[in-house]
Design a protein around this ligand. Sequence first.
Ligand SMILES: NC(=O)c1ccc[n+]([C@@H]2O[C@H](COP(=O)([O-])OP(=O)(O)OC[C@H]3O[C@@H](n4cnc5c(N)ncnc54)[C@H](OP(=O)(O)O)[C@@H]3O)[C@@H](O)[C@H]2O)c1
Length: 282
Amino acid sequence: MTAQRIALVTGANQGIGFALVAGLAARLNPDDLVLLTGRNPERVAQAVQRIDGVAKVEGRVLDVTDADAIAILAKDLQDAYGGVDLVVSNAIGPLTPDRPQAEQADEFIAVANGGTHAVLRSFAPVLRPGGRLIVVASSLGTLDHLDPKLHPFFDGVTLEQVERAIEDWRQAIHQGTAEEQGWPHWINVPSKVGQVAAVRAVAAERRSADLPQDTLIASVCPGLVDTRASRPWFDDFSQARTPEDAVQPILDLLLADHVDPTTYGELIRDGKVLPWHPAVPR
Ligand SMILES: NC(=O)c1ccc[n+]([C@@H]2O[C@H](COP(=O)([O-])OP(=O)(O)OC[C@H]3O[C@@H](n4cnc5c(N)ncnc54)[C@H](OP(=O)(O)O)[C@@H]3O)[C@@H](O)[C@H]2O)c1
């Protein structure tokens, strides 16, 4: 008999987040609790209805652009259960090629980066020993996707420095200076580098305390998955995974008996670490 485990996934009413909740609900025990969170009450309630699993699944409204709401939920779970075991920061806002990216940047960055920062800040401290905190990022999040002159803003820095770099980039987008400063046009790319850098920053501080307790903080790449987020950006989905297939390696990582120390703080795809500084340019 194991103790009750508490899991939480952000942005979970569709896509990869929904598949993660469905997979956790199938693979956890009847006493365990999975919180399916999202920003819209109706969509959250409907998504909970579509889950047919073993563990208990409850919906919670959680807009990840609201850092206070994230902090309150983390505290509530700490008070109610003594902490959480499995946390996945997954939410992403819609981004479409049909509109200028500057028009979409504020919401996109607030969800993907603001949400990640807030989840790391509020949930890492309430992770129980043996817990996992995973940020769903992308293989686009390695340093080689950025102009080398931007690397110092993300490499070997603190979470506060990552936040400042993301804010400076957001302002440069609005001032029309982002591309001359070397920022990639597709805002998804710096956003993903920022997510991976934020995880690395928090992991660097916690590594020596987490590893002896078998606790993992890491980011993951799910590969190309056919979802609302990817559909507007790619024509060929013949090699894309379904959300259900894409989440299996992430579920394996979340539910592994032990943490492989070489994965701690890293970006992981299908169980393998993607180098932050790739040795061979891709
Ligand atoms: N799909 C791919 O090929 C791919 C590849 C690499 C990485 N990823 C990453 O995987 C993650 C999930 O992406 P996906 O493809 O599953 O996207 P998706 O299908 O568009 O789902 C995104 C989820 O985030 C939610 N969300 C949006 N704004 C939110 C907010 N303010 N607060 C809380 N939730 C919010 C959405 O809720 P609503 O329904 O209410 O909008 C939705 O449930 C993202 O980090 C993405 O970058 C995806």
